[in-house]
Design a protein around this ligand. Structure first.
Ligand code: UD1
Ligand code: MG
Length: 453
């Protein structure tokens, strides 16, 4: 939106989280809260996007910068009003609307942000997002005139009994007309109770100055403020509900939606089927027709069309699975690239490897990719058969069509079409098994007669 400036406040310490991690870096659906807010803000194509951070918040700054925001450092956390004042200095002679978002309000959607800006097209110079919350807990209370004008926002700690009982509360999103409202920031005074400059005091200042002020009322799900771990869990639940609904609307079958965990960036095509208790960490892409069976955990992986994964599979970052592959129970893949039709159906670890089309990996195959100091890459060709319980000591190259016999420790390359067989000599002694049983049984019987079992 041309001429729109968006300021995201993220300098607060978030003491109620009891964490060494800054509050806005706590994650929802695998992505920091601040990244969610930045994504919604960017959807409005603002001409300026600023994030206010604290002085010792290099990580927060790096994230905001990476998402294309300008950084403003608020040297002391003197309140939301002070934070906005710092940012406004960087917006010299700004003529357009200003939208203020809080980094701890991660569930807002671009549609809601547009709704909040709409009253500025009419007579209002300032609009806030209001929501009905019972009990209204720590949210600021919205005081409105009978005509529906917002006359003040009273913070919960400063509300008298009748104000505290109001359930129309401040969602923390504010839009205002720059030229009209920016000069009022000078009039903010520290709260007598907390000593902070409250952004929310702008509402009363705008009203007293004779400007139109509006409340855009909406769902609490949009503007839930996250100040504690309990609120983080509530926000996560709402986010997961949204992601599940989006997936189903796009043609993904969820057998038990409540038990399936998505990341904000999970990508999929139609006709994917997800069975109960599947966790999709960040960076997952599922192509058409993929089926993920129960209790599988995927992260940083692309799964090709028609592949079947699990149950109990673990796919780790850097993995690319070709079309129609079968990855079965207790198989772990890390940094593994599998061409179409590869099967690894049981109990394997395949790390740092490229495997050609249609190769069959027997049960219990382990790629020993780490020598205690370095990781090594292995190449397994197409149409290879790896027998069960084989250890492939990386780096190793197994040519197309080769066979590795069950129980092998492969520490050298196998040429295309070759057979690798490494087993200690074996012998079968006739009747020795029967004699063993007889001897043991006799021992046991003797001991039980003498009472020494
Ligand atoms: C704020 C609102 C409250 C509203 C609630 C909605 C004020 C005074 N109160 O309360 O009316 O109902 O949000 O969730 O605004 N921040 C800074 N610098 C500071 C202080 C805070 O950047 O000096 C940032 C924080 O990082 C946070 C946001 O501003 O992202 C809001 O601060 P927070 O302390 O969470 O305010 P609330 O008590 O939740
Ligand atoms: Mg808050």
């Amino acid at each position: 939106m041309a001429g729109l400036a968006i300021i995201i406040l993220a300098a607060g310490k978030g003491t109620r989280m009891h964490s060494t991690l800054p509050k806005v870096l706590h994650k929802l659906a695998g992505m920091p809260m601040l990244a969610h807010v930045l994504a919604s803000a960017k959807a409005l194509a603002p001409s300026r996007l600023l994030t206010v951070i604290g002085p010792e918040m290099a990580e927060v700054g790096a994230l905001a910068h990476q998402c294309g925001a300008e950084l403003i450092v608020q040297s002391q956390q003197l309140g939301t009003g002070d934070a906005v004042r710092q940012a406004i200095q960087a917006l010299a002679a700004h003529k357009g609307p200003v939208l203020i978002l809080y980094g701890d309000t991660p569930l807002i959607t671009p549609a809601t942000l547009r709704q909040l800006l709409a009253p500025l097209e009419g007579t209002a110079k300032l609009a806030v997002y209001g929501m009905r919350v019972r009990p209204p807990s720590a949210y600021g209370r919205l005081i409105c005139s009978p005509q529906g004008q917002l006359t003040a926002i009273i913070e919960a700690v400063e509300a008298n009994a009748s104000q505290a009982a109001l359930d129309l509360v401040n969602g923390g999103l504010m839009a205002f007309d720059g030229p009209a409202i920016i000069p009022l920031l000078e009039q903010l005074r520290p709260s007598p109770v907390k000593g902070e400059y409250y952004l929310t005091d702008l509402a009363a200042l705008a009203h007293l100055a004779g400007f139109g002020t509006a409340v855009v009322e909406g769902e609490v799900e949009e503007a839930l403020g996250v100040n504690s771990r309990a609120e983080l869990a509530v926000a996560e639940a709402i986010m997961q509900l949204r992601l599940r609904q989006q997936a189903m609307a796009a043609g993904v079958t969820l057998l038990d939606p409540a038990s399936i965990y998505f990341s904000a960036d999970t990508a999929y095509e139609a006709d994917v089927t997800l069975h109960p208790h599947v966790v999709l960490g960040p960076g997952v892409m599922l192509e058409r027709g993929v089926e993920i069976l129960p209790f599988s955990h995927l992260e940083g992986v692309k799964v090709g069309a028609g592949a079947r994964i699990g149950p109990f599979a673990r796919l780790r970052p850097g993995t690319i699975i070709g079309e129609n592959c079968h990855i079965g129970n207790f198989v772990e893949l890390k940094h593994a690239e599998l061409e179409a039709g590869v099967k690894a159906n049981h109990l394997s670890y395949l790390g740092d490897v490229h495997i050609g089309a249609r190769t069959n990996i027997g049960a219990g195959t382990i790629i020993c990719n780490y020598d205690g100091y370095y990781k090594h890459h292995s190449e397994i060709g197409a149409g290879v058969f790896i027998g069960s319980n084989s250890a492939l000591v990386a780096p190793v190259h197994i040519g197309d069509g080769a066979v590795v016999a069950a129980g092998s420790v492969v520490g050298q390359d196998v040429p295309a079409g070759g057979l690798f067989l490494a087993r200690p000599p074996a012998e079968v002694k006739l009747q020795a098994g029967r004699r063993y049983h007889e001897r043991k049984q006799q021992q046991k019987d003797t001991l039980s007669k003498t009472g020494k079992t």
